[in-house]
Design a protein. Structure first.
Length: 512
C-alpha cells in the first residue's frame, strides 16, 4: 500500500487511543485527525458495535427459520451428534466432503451451554445463535482494524465498520451457524495483522495463522491465503512472503491431519469437495446464475448502501491496492462459479466495508473543518443503520434465494413454525417416533430442534398406520384422526391414535 501523508501535529493523543483498541501505533503517517475527530470516531465505533450487537442478538432470539439447510446439517446437526450421540447425517458427512472443524467448534459451544444447564433446544440454540451474533459483532470491530491498518483515520474507519455492523445483509446472516460467518472473523483480523507493509514478524505470523484457521472453517478462504502471499511478493517483501508461506503450509498440514484423523485420508474433505463441485460440477443441481448475480442481488437487498460502498471502494483502490486485489479476487472467483448463493460472499463483505472506510478517508480530506467531516461519517453510519432497521422486511427474492418459486416470501422465520413444533414434540414423554409431513426434512431443524432419540421420518416415510411413530407434524387441515397437541401458524402437531410404537430395525439416520 502506498504511504499516507505525514501526520499533523494535532494528532498527539493518537497512539494512546489506538493502543487501547489494539491497533499498532508504529505505522507512520496514519493519524491525521484532530483530537475531536479521533474521539468522535472512537465514540461512533462504540455506538456502531453496540447497535450491531443488539440487532444481531435480537434476530438470534426471534428467528427459528432456515435460510438454507447447510446452517443446520453442516454445523448444528453434526455438532449435536458429536455431543449427544445422535442426529441426521447429510451426504457431506457420509462421503466426507466437509471437515470437522466447524461442527467441532459448534459442539464446543453446545458443550459450554450444557455445562451451564442449557440442555433444552430453546436454550442451547439461542446460546449458539447468540455466539454467532457476537462473532459477527467482533467481525465488525475487526473491520475497523483492517480499515485502520489500510490507512483510514479512526473516524473514517468507524464509518466503514458501520457498513458491516449495521447493514441489512450482514445482519440477516449473522446469527446463523454457517462456515461463512465463523470464518469471516479470522479472515478480517488475519488480514488486519498480516497485510500492512510495516507489519512486524509477530503480527505476520499471527495474521497468517488466522487465515489458516479460516481455511479450516471454510475451504474457499484459501483465496485470501494465496492472495496474501501474492501481495507480499508483489511488494518484493521476499522474507515476509516466505514467513507467510511457511505458516500457511503448517496450517495446510493441520487441515490434512484433521482429515486423516477423522476421514482416514489426508485432505480427504478437500479432495471430495473439489471433485464434487469443480470437476463434476454437481453443485449446479441446486441452481445456476449468471456472472452478474451478486451485484444484482446486493443492489436489490441494499440499494443505496451497495452503490455508496462500491463507489468508496473504487476511491480506495490507489491507497489499498493489496486489499482491493484480495477482495476483487474472492468476489470474481465466486461470480464465475455457476451455483451462487448470497451467503458465499459473507467473508468478503467486511473487506469491502474496510475498503469503504479508506475511500471515505480520502473523501473527507476534501472537506474543511471537523464538523463537516464528522457529519459526513455520521451520515454514512446513519444510512447503514437505516438499512439494518429495515432488515426485517427482507424477502427471499431480495436475497436472491428461491427467486423463481417464492420471491415475495419473508426471508425470516422460514419453517420456523415447524421447528418450534419439533421442540414441543421433543419435550413430550409420549413421543416414540415423529413424522414431518409438512416439508422436506432437509428444510426442518432435525434433531438439533427435536432433541429426542426416537425415529424422525420424512414426508416420504412410512404411513400413519405403520405404528412406527406416534406423532406427526402436518399442514393444518390435514390432521386426520388423532389429538391436536399444538398448532403453529399453518402447521400442527398431532398425536396419532396408537398405543405405542413398534421398533424399526431398518431406521436410517441419513438425511433423505
Amino acid at each position: 500500500m502506498s504511504a499516507v501523508p505525514p501526520a499533523s501535529p494535532t494528532a498527539a493523543a493518537g497512539p494512546q487511543a489506538d493502543a487501547l483498541v489494539g491497533v499498532p501505533t508504529e505505522v507512520p503517517g496514519r493519524d491525521t485527525e484532530a483530537p475531536f475527530e479521533r474521539r468522535l470516531g472512537l465514540f461512533l465505533l462504540g455506538g456502531v458495535l453496540i447497535l450491531g450487537a443488539a440487532l444481531r442478538l435480537y434476530w438470534a432470539l426471534h428467528d427459528d427459520g432456515i435460510y438454507w439447510p447447510d446452517e443446520v446439517y453442516q454445523s448444528l446437526e453434526p455438532a449435536h451428534r458429536l455431543l449427544y450421540g445422535y442426529g441426521l447425517v447429510a451426504w457431506e458427512f457420509v462421503q466426507g466432503a466437509r471437515n470437522w472443524a466447524l461442527p467441532g467448534l459448534v459442539a464446543a459451544v453446545l458443550g459450554l451451554g450444557r455445562l451451564v444447564g442449557l440442555t433444552d433446544p430453546a436454550g442451547y440454540l439461542a446460546w449458539v445463535k447468540g455466539f454467532f451474533a457476537l462473532v459477527g459483532t467482533a467481525t465488525a470491530w475487526a473491520t475497523w482494524r483492517l480499515s485502520r491498518a489500510s490507512g483510514a483515520s479512526p473516524l473514517a474507519a468507524s464509518g466503514g465498520a458501520a457498513l458491516f455492523a449495521l447493514a441489512a445483509v450482514p445482519l440477516y446472516f449473522a446469527p446463523r451457524a454457517m462456515s461463512e460467518n465463523a470464518s469471516a472473523l479470522p479472515v478480517v483480523l488475519g488480514l488486519a495483522l498480516a497485510l500492512p507493509k510495516a507489519a512486524s514478524r509477530r503480527a505476520l505470523v499471527a495474521g497468517a495463522s488466522l487465515l489458516g484457521l479460516a481455511v479450516l472453517l471454510r475451504l474457499q478462504n484459501g483465496v485470501f491465503c494465496a492472495g496474501l502471499v501474492a501481495v507480499l511478493l508483489g511488494r518484493r517483501q521476499w522474507r515476509q512472503a516466505g514467513v507467510a508461506l511457511a505458516v500457511l503450509s503448517g496450517w495446510a498440514l493441520a487441515f490434512g491431519l484433521l482429515d486423516k484423523l477423522t476421514w482416514g485420508r489426508w485432505f480427504h474433505s478437500a479432495i471430495v469437495y473439489l471433485d464434487f463441485n469443480v470437476l463434476q460440477g454437481k453443485a449446479a443441481q441446486w441452481g445456476t446464475e449468471p456472472f452478474g448475480y451478486y451485484p444484482r442481488v446486493l443492489r436489490t437487498a441494499m440499494p443505496v448502501l451497495t452503490v455508496v460502498t462500491a463507489a468508496l471502494c473504487l476511491v480506495a483502490m490507489p491507497r489499498a491496492w493489496g486489499l482491493s486485489l484480495l477482495a476483487a479476487a474472492f468476489f470474481v472467483l465466486h461470480a464465475l462459479q455457476p451455483h451462487k448463493e448470497l451467503r458465499f460472499l459473507v467473508p468478503v463483505l467486511p473487506l469491502f466495508a474496510a475498503l469503504a472506510g479508506v475511500g471515505l478517508d480520502s473523501a473527507l480530506r476534501l472537506l474543511r473543518g471537523a464538523p463537516a467531516r464528522g457529519t459526513a461519517v455520521v451520515a454514512v453510519a446513519a444510512g447503514a443503520l437505516l438499512s439494518g432497521a429495515g432488515a426485517g422486511a427482507l424477502t427471499f427474492g431480495q436475497l436472491g434465494q428461491y427467486e423463481r418459486v417464492r420471491p415475495r416470501d419473508s426471508a425470516w422465520d422460514d419453517q420456523g413454525p415447524i421447528n418450534r413444533l419439533l421442540e414441543v414434540a421433543g419435550r413430550r414423554d409420549d413421543v416414540c417416533g415423529l413424522k414431518v409431513e409438512a416439508v422436506h426434512l432437509a428444510w426442518a431443524g432435525g434433531y438439533s430442534y427435536f432433541h429426542r432419540k426416537v425415529p424422525l421420518y420424512p414426508h416420504t416415510g412410512p404411513g400413519r398406520d405403520s405404528r412406527l411413530f406416534s406423532h406427526v407434524i402436518t399442514p393444518v387441515g390435514l390432521e386426520g384422526p388423532g389429538t391436536l397437541v399444538a398448532r403453529e401458524g399453518p402447521v400442527a402437531l398431532v398425536k396419532l391414535p396408537v398405543a405405542d410404537c413398534v421398533p424399526d430395525p431398518g431406521y436410517s439416520w441419513r438425511l433423505p
